[in-house]
Design a protein around this ligand. Sequence first.
Ligand code: PEP
Ligand code: MG
Length: 601
Amino acid sequence: MNSDKVITEAEQSAKHFTGISAVGGLVRGPAWVLHIRQEEITYRVITQEQVADELARFHLALKETRAQITQLAEQVAEGVGVEEAGVFDAHLMVVDDELLIGAVEELVRESYICAEVAVNRVAQKYSAKFSAMDDAYMRERSSDILDIGRRVVRNLLGVADTIPSSFERPHIIVADDLTPSQTVTLPRGQVLGIVTDRGSVTSHTAIIARALGIPAVVGLRNISVAVRHGDEVLLDGDRGTVKVRPTAAEAADFEEAQRSRREWRIELGDVEEKSATTPDGHTIRVLVNADHTFDWQELSSPWCEGVGLYRTESLWLQLGRAPTEDEQVAAYGKAARAMKGRQVVFRVLDIGGDKSFGDVGEGGEEANPFLGLRSIRYLLREREVFRQQLRAILRVSTLGDVCVMYPMVCDLAELKEADALLQECKAELLGEGVAFNDKMAQGVMVEIPSAAIMASQLARHCDFLCLGTNDLTQYTLAVDRANENVAALYQPTHPAVLWLVRETIEAARDRKLWCSVCGEMAGDPLLAVLLMGMGADTLSMSPAAVPAVKYVISKTPYADARRLARAVARAGNGEQALEMCRDLILRTAPEALGVESNSSC
Ligand code: PEP
Ligand code: MG
């Protein structure tokens, strides 16, 4: 919660917002507001006659709170474990605490203030008292009290704190922030757009939204305060702007913009079917980033050349627990079968950082979860989880061109350890008489600067390299990829990042390995051309980005892209490099930048 933020009256009544464009697209619809902040509780005085009704409201909210916590406990007991569900016992004790209930009733009865203000005051007061206690157990109760207080207030105000599994009609989700697990479980086809106070282009939430094709604007700071449940919202994911409660003229302008955007998408339609070939005959592979939640029937169509990044962790995030080996075989097998022999690169569990469930990858104890027990580090410690996953991938390896990829590798030792376990799994399966592809390719994700610097060494021990530019940018520039406050510093075109990208591509080429790029950079038409010019032979991106990238490649001569890569290598900073990319696309495919092709550029 952002209770530490000061929200001005002007912000509360603001109607126009500019944030960070995370996923393109224009959508219009009613808001579904998640969470409430303390600042939204309005002080309301009641009359003596209203006291009984106010107390009844309070008790109804308590009853709802009790039911919600019981349901949550049941879900956790089923999905995670009975022991873990025990934490909710403490929450239920707070809901039933007579001292707290009595204190709220007294405020309503004696001071004639509305129930939500009374609950908030009592929760603040007792939470402060508990947090000052010596006993660690009692201190922990302090946050339980605050948590329950907020839940009761939300119930009193009728504000949602969860996303329902279905809506009566599609909505735009407005929230302080969404976690990757919330995003992955959004009701498909019913979420028009996402608008959040926090986040940035490469936060995992934005990536999942992009994969789902849901337009999103993030980093809007205080929008969740200004928007009310059901408010009409105009979301322009291309420009990163949001309008709330629009005037008729604003709505009409928006509709016009929506129409011309649709026309451009129709034009792109036929590019999708073709391979990505430049006018001078250079072809690169354009693959998709996907996970088990995708429409695999749609991806089995010929336009999809393969899967360059299958994010396996979505399975963990959606289930809220570790899937069994057989569940993994079922999910991975579905993807491999749909690809009918085309490539599928399964990235092993990339949990941690901002992706967590239960206490897995929670980073609760870690001051810097992005630098902590993430991805391969987690797997090399939890070897049984790793073993089951490698076995599952091997078991589907006979279904097509299946590859395995290790994320967050920082040195050769990690790659060797992963490989040793893979060989053990092969021996096990052999003993069990289970078929697998002994030659299944293994690759390394280059997303930590040390891996890029040592790319030639890594390339000698694997079959392919794949640049994870989202994390590579974050770790090279020491800029949190999910933090809107430093979003302007997050520059994939920064000379240092591009230097590492170039070194990695060249290391792969020297060993005649293929090198792909699967970070968000690959799906940005401007940067896709640069990456092609730098020598990347495969780009992998969210399916929604494929048509525009193929379009731009089909219009830009390879010779120009090579020249661009050479010029960019001399750029003094990230903005200059980006400008050079823009200049080229303005010449070759201006319509991709929303500029008419007959413009004077
Ligand atoms: C990356 O880091 O570039 C990447 C593709 O992985 P993720 O975004 O899932 O961390
Ligand atoms: Mg990554």
